[in-house]
Design a protein around this ligand. Sequence first.
Ligand SMILES: [Ca+2]
Length: 208
Amino acid sequence: MRLLATTLLIAAACSLTAALPAGPASAATAYGENLLKNPGAESGAPGALVPRWETDTDFTVVPYGSPGVPSLKQGKSIDGGRQLFSTGPYSMDFDACGLGVQFIKIKQRDKDIDSGKVRVTLQGYLGTKSISDQATVTIQFRDGNNHQVGSKQLTIGPVSTAGKLLEDTASRTVPDGTRILRVQLLGNPVEQTCDAFFDNLSVVLELR
Ligand SMILES: [Ca+2]
């Protein structure tokens, strides 16, 4: 009887442990991991909205090797999977390039960020259809109310590659007051030349 009671007690303790909600440490935004969702354009269908990204005009995913898109060989050389992001061509209707945006909410890292201890690294492959196009990725730093913090941002590119994909990386200290990262994939609307491509993007926070 005592053995049975002990067994039941252990079983109850085990199920209690399993039912406990995750502690504060696991709820905090991870350091050392890619924080972007769908970072390689593998989710979603060509011509459709892109899962996890907010998009404007013709921004979508496209398969490697389709007309005007980096080749299958290019895709393979960067381990790019089946698809990559595309801004699409310049939109005369909207007077703009297609745009892809993802917001990353940083949880429970306020103290680290506000004491200047957190570094962000932005990395990815960028390319364009023609040499007159430009591809750029930027991170804007936002406070808890989604207002921009200062004027600094983090940028990779612009690149103009005419079919190739080039890797670029940049990093900086996250400005104090930052609670949200706004990651933006864009062409060059000023020159009205879009057709920019992106793949294998990453945004990683690290504690210094
Ligand atoms: Ca991909």
